[in-house]
Design a protein around this ligand. Structure first.
Ligand SMILES: Cc1ncc(COP(=O)(O)O)c(C=O)c1O
Length: 374
């Protein structure tokens, strides 16, 4: 069968691949998706377990939109809830792009922006960050120039960025927004990882206010709150634009368990769980960075719960390191070829013992240590 999803390469286990390779999915430790390894808060689990799954969910997600609006300081009519933020990316592209438009993607980044823009009939223009061992940089002046010369319908900006883990400050986001507004473009800032900026920074710290239009903020509840299997995300945007998006979607896209879990995830108890997880992940990120450096790799500085690292000369490509770790150790990392970074892998921070297993496997591969221990 033809794959009708061009460019759809993602982290997370590919169950078809695991079956082909004879690897048991249940035994794999997944370093390839950037989800909170401490799992959902107990109050979130309790909430979705008690959900009424025999009845249809609230089509308008009223309680959840109220909770999100209260948290974000916007009106509920500015909130669109989706079956994961991936669904909203697609809806945003279909709402704000018409065939023949250009979509400007600030890369290397999450592939769904390009896929959704192309499916909406737009031509994709890329503006690249520079990825170097000492860090990731974005030529802000060059980007503003590209927005003015390309006059795109949408500018897609992932902040913090996947896969590089760099963060653009609010002042810079505001200057990008001003340039987008000048040319009538919609700036979409995907903040899927905003609550996973290790070392502080609320989502609100990164982002400008919605204002009159031209800005869509995307948030995922599947990463920090570990609801990837349940699927939940939302967008904040001016009410008129939210209404245009709602017109495009089929009814009942967000299940009752997802809606009640979302409300619980915004409670003080879940917030505390998230803060604790972030504190623990911060220590583990430092551990991973130190160990990768000891191995002679040069991980690219990241401010989030994942990082990219060269795969090293011995493996040559991210794909070959990925397969080695998967087949020999049952550890799944994300190779970065689809981001245009074929020599890199992306690693998510996981639980302390899992991170030590990964380091042990890497030591064995890079230093020929029989069991990776020292
Ligand atoms: C940057 C970014 N945005 C959005 C998504 C989609 O997240 P979800 O649909 O689970 O909310 C992902 C998933 O990996 C992502 O990395």
């Amino acid at each position: 069968m033809t794959d009708v999803r061009p460019g759809a390469v993602h982290g997370a286990p590919d169950f078809g691949e695991l079956a082909r390779l004879g690897v048991e999915a249940e035994s794999v430790v997944d370093f390839s998706s950037n989800v909170n390894p401490y799992g959902p808060a107990p109050c979130v689990v309790a909430a979705f377990r008690n959900a009424d799954i025999a009845s249809y969910p609230d089509r308008e997600c009223l309680k959840l939109r109220d909770a999100i609006a209260a948290r974000s300081g916007v009106s509920p009519s500015s909130v669109v809830v989706g079956n994961g933020s991936a669904e909203i990316i697609d809806l945003v592209a279909r709402t704000f792009l018409v065939p023949g438009d250009r979509a400007l993607v600030v890369g290397p980044t999450f592939s769904e922006y390009e896929r959704a823009s192309a499916l909406a009939g737009a031509g994709v223009v890329r503006f690249g960050r520079t990825v170097a061992p000492e860090g990731v940089s974005l030529d802000a002046g060059g980007l503003l120039g590209a927005i003015r010369s390309e006059t795109p319908g949408i500018v897609w900006l992932c902040n913090p960025n996947n896969p590089t883990g760099d963060v653009i400050g609010a002042a810079e986001v505001e200057s990008i927004l001003r340039a987008a507004r000048e040319v009538g473009a919609t700036l979409v800032v995907d903040e899927a990882y905003a609550e996973l900026v290790l070392g502080g920074g609320e989502p609100e710290d990164l982002t400008p206010p919605l204002g009159d239009g031209g800005l869509v903020l995307l948030r995922s509840m599947t990463k920090g709150h570990a609801l990837a299997g349940l699927r939940l995300g939302y967008a904040l945007l001016p009410p008129g634009a939210a209404e245009r998006i709602e017109r495009l979607r089929p009814p009942w896209m967000v299940s009752s368990p997802a809606q009640v879990a979302g409300v619980a995830a915004l409670s003080a108890g879940a917030e505390k769980h998230l803060r604790r997880s972030v504190g623990a992940m911060k220590k583990e990120l430092a551990y991973l960075v130190g160990e990768l450096r000891e191995l002679g790799l040069a991980p690219v500085p990241s401010r989030t719960n994942y990082l990219i690292s060269p795969a090293g000369e011995r493996c040559g490509s991210g794909e070959s390191l990925r397969l080695k770790l998967l087949l020999e150790d049952g550890l799944l990392v994300r190779d970065c070829a689809s981001f245009g970074l074929a020599g890199y892998v992306r690693l998510a921070v996981r639980l302390p013992d899992e991170n030590r297993r990964l380091v042990g496997a890497l030591r064995r591969i890079f230093h020929d240590e029989p069991d990776g221990s020292r």
